[in-house]
Design a protein around this ligand. Structure first.
Ligand code: UDP
Length: 342
């Protein structure tokens, strides 16, 4: 069976590094990889291909920038002829980005079955761009892989019950490998940090597109981190927002975005993680570091229930418990096996 996988953003490169490798164990699957170009900055894309030893995508559409409609529309226009040429038996999309939506729409219009990895994640804000993408893509998909049982329940509530599998989290597969190969060396030391430190990332539009909220977040993080240093690998979108609004970051230690293994090391040796990233809320749990989510809601309530994550407007954590919600680190194998039998 021929599979066209559509990727385009940092977390999608990371997830694809695990799944594309697992596909190689199945002679019956041949994969064609299409990079939309949504994340074009080398620190958000090339670095992951290099560190995970991934081959370059078969197609690089180089589409980025513009509003949601423009970006998604240009992707749709570019994807259609590629899919018509490749004639895949199925089209695989990851997560909840504009690349995910464009890939699913292009495939649906061409009547190609869609495989959605990370299906069923939901947050309360139905107008959040990622939420719109999730709902539409799940509705169009023929085969759905949920990270958690909670995601499957979300799909049940929406009447999507066929060909839904709980596979666990590809991010956990990747994190386990990173944890087992992590040395004593501390990436934070290279940034001049010797004592206790917190890690901060912010990149969601709901935070970066609102100067007042961004300032509120930085003030909050400084107050919560107390005497700990704050290490802040800054997403290009956030850097632009900070520079445009001339926001004063004080003694926050800013860097460019770092590679996956450097980020894993930064998180693992930190005392606290502040983030609006979906993936990093889960990784905080994988590294057993407490997390404060800089959003009003989360699509990963399992991290809150496990007592390692809280929303920034809540005061305390629930009691800590271990959770098996994110699987056993074998998500890629499970997904590949089911796709191979499609
Ligand atoms: N990440 C990284 N370098 C960074 C910041 C994040 O490698 O400087 C990784 C992080 O560890 C996680 C993924 O990127 O695996 C999360 O991506 P992002 O926050 O862009 O997306 P989201 O998870 O919100 O969809």
């Amino acid at each position: 069976m021929k599979l066209a996988s559509i990727i385009g953003t940092r977390p999608q490169f990371i997830k694809a590094s695990a799944l594309s490798r697992a596909f190689q164990d199945f002679a019956e699957i041949s994969e064609c990889v299409i990079d939309t170009g949504q994340h074009f900055d080398a620190s958000l894309s090339d670095v992951f291909f290099e560190e995970f030893g991934m081959s370059r995508p078969d197609y690089d559409l180089e589409i980025h920038g513009g509003g949601h409609g423009e970006m998604t529309g240009r992707m749709l226009i570019a994807l259609e002829p590629v899919l018509l040429r490749e004639k895949p038996d199925a089209v695989l999309v990851y997560g909840d980005t504009n690349s995910t939506l464009a890939g699913a729409l292009a495939a649906a219009k061409l009547r190609m079955p869609i495989v959605h990895v990370e299906a069923g994640a939901r947050s309360a804000d139905r107008y959040m761009p990622e939420q719109i993408n999730r709902v539409v893509v799940d509705r169009l998909s023929a085969l759905l892989f949920c990270v958690t049982g909670g995601s499957k329940e979300n799909l049940d509530r929406e009447g999507i019950t066929e060909n839904v599998h709980v596979a666990g989290d590809l991010m956990y597969d990747v994190a386990r490998a990173a944890i087992s190969s992590m040395g004593e060396e501390r990436v934070a030391q290279g940034l001049g940090v010797t004592g206790e430190y917190a890690v901060l990332t912010v990149h969601r539009a709901e935070n970066t597109d609102n100067v007042g909220r961004l300032v509120e977040i930085f003030d909050y993080v400084k107050a919560q981190a107390k005497d700990a240093s704050i290490v802040f690998p800054m997403h290009p979108r956030t850097r632009r927002a900070v520079e445009d609004a001339a926001i004063e970051l004080g003694n926050i230690i800013c860097t460019d975005p770092v590679g996956y293994h450097d980020m894993a090391n930064l998180m693992a040796y930190s005392s606290l993680i502040f983030t609006d990233s979906g993936g990093m809320q889960k990784e905080a749990y994988f590294h057993r570091v407490p997390c404060v989510t800089l959003r009003d809601d989360t699509e990963w309530p399992e991290t809150i229930a496990a007592g390692w994550n809280r929303l920034w407007h809540t005061e305390s954590y629930l009691p800590r418990v271990e959770t098996a919600a994110f699987g056993d680190g074998q998500a890629a194998k499970k997904i590949a096996r089911i796709v191979a039998s499609m």
